[in-house]
Ligand binder design. Structure first.
Ligand SMILES: *[C@@H]1O[C@H](CO)[C@@H](O)[C@H](O)[C@H]1NC(C)=O
Ligand SMILES: *[C@@H]1O[C@H](CO)[C@@H](O)[C@H](O)[C@H]1NC(C)=O
Ligand SMILES: *[C@@H]1O[C@H](CO)[C@@H](O)[C@H](O)[C@H]1NC(C)=O
Ligand SMILES: *[C@@H]1O[C@H](CO)[C@@H](O)[C@H](O)[C@H]1NC(C)=O
Length: 337
């Protein structure tokens, strides 16, 4: 019995098909280059680039900023409680400094709880965290997810998942707490950290802010998490990747969207109101942590090679929807490192 489909393949036809396929892909490629080129030019010509760092830009500067209501020495947190959360991966070398700084912070409060999430470490991170928990089992919780890298490829999606689990744990286990503090282990380990800078968050009227976020002495590094209306209304890295994917030089956009904003913020600048920021540490007023808000590590409409999203942004957008009077700030005195 002969099968129809098994006839000898027509070589000429096959070759023509392959050539047609290649031509089609080439045309697509050329079209997308032209499209990128046009988008790049139209963006560069229409976007109002900042000429000064965001904190000097008078589109950011609030004419009546939130001002301190008490002195640093008058701050008392002894009747209050704090929950600290951190996600840890291969950070063993930072953990001693991190633990020291956290102990200085938690000692200010009447009660505290530390939630430590771990995954994918190969350097003794988990051993240290478990010892820490054993030494202070009343206050320290460790949650490990083991190897996640081959299950969730995107780093930001893994971090978002860690942050969501820790937030959920805190909400389930504790009836109430006053403050929620999200801290990155590497910057949180700095020997330059001074606990007074942390206390400076409490000199402002406590029901008037959703979050106080940190800055750094040497530069303001975290432009990815930063969103400010009209100055940085989008994900700078996603935008740069999209507009320069083929051969367009990215240095112009890098300079005008990222580097310009990284100039260190002087301590004497007033609180800076933002839609989102992080910078290694963010202190939240727990009463504004709406139950509906969580972290997302992926853009909804991203392409698979360009969809990593800074997980703090969606969280902040959500919190802001529920607490419309209160704002998110960068506190220039809150220098974490
Ligand atoms: C805003 O800043 C620009 C320079 O960055 C300055 O020329 C302008 O006068 C300022 N506008 C106001 C209202 O302060
Ligand atoms: C702390 O709480 C105690 C008792 O509830 C109260 O007497 C005291 O004034 C409070 N201290 C501060 C600084 O709020
Ligand atoms: C746990 O406590 C022991 C004994 O005090 C101390 O030597 C060790 O450094 C502590 N480890 C951690 C991770 O806190
Ligand atoms: C901050 O301090 C610098 C000098 O250290 C000074 O030139 C500047 O005017 C101060 N700015 C504010 C807003 O006080």
């Amino acid at each position: 019995m002969k099968l129809r489909g098994l006839r000898t393949v027509n070589v000429v036809c096959l070759t023509l098909c392959i050539i047609a396929g290649i031509c089609f892909l080439l045309v697509l490629f050329v079209i997308s280059i032209i499209h990128t080129y046009i988008s790049y030019n139209s963006f560069v010509n229409s976007f109002q680039f900042s000429t000064v760092p965001f904190w000097k830009d008078n589109r950011t500067i609030n004419a009546s900023p939130l001002v301190p209501v008490i002195k640093l020495e008058e701050v008392s947190l002894l009747n209050l409680s704090i929950v600290v959360v951190s996600c840890c991966r291969n950070v063993r070398k930072h953990l001693v400094g991190f633990q020291r700084n956290l102990q200085a912070i938690t000692a200010l409060f009447g009660d505290y709880r530390i939630y430590l999430g771990e995954s994918d470490s190969e350097d003794g991170t988990l051993t240290f965290l478990n010892q820490w928990r054993n030494n202070d089992s009343e206050h320290v919780r460790v949650h490990t997810k083991g190897q996640q890298r081959w299950r969730i490829f995107s780093r930001t999606a893994r971090i978002a998942s860690c942050r969501n689990s820790l937030l959920q744990q805190a909400r389930e286990e504790l009836p109430s707490f006053a403050y929620y503090f999200v801290l990155d282990v590497d910057v949180g380990a700095s020997s330059l950290f001074d606990v007074k800078d942390f206390v400076s968050n409490f000199i402002y009227p406590s029901s008037s802010w959703i979050a106080m976020t940190a800055t750094q002495r040497s530069e303001y590094y975290d432009i990815w998490a930063l969103r400010i209306k009209s100055i940085l209304p989008f994900d700078c890295w996603q935008r740069i990747n999209k507009l320069t994917w083929f051969f367009i030089d990215r240095s112009y956009l890098m300079k005008h969207l990222v580097k310009i904003h990284q100039e260190p913020i002087p301590r004497n600048v007033s609180l800076i109101e933002v839609e989102s920021a992080f910078g290694g540490a963010a202190l939240y007023n727990a009463k504004y942590l709406n139950d509906h808000c969580s972290y997302e590590g992926k853009h909804q409409y991203g392409t698979w090679w360009n969809d990593n999203k800074c997980e703090h942004v969606s969280f902040h957008e959500c919190l802001q929807q529920y607490a419309t009077e209160q704002k998110i700030y960068i506190n220039p005195q809150f220098q974490i490192c």
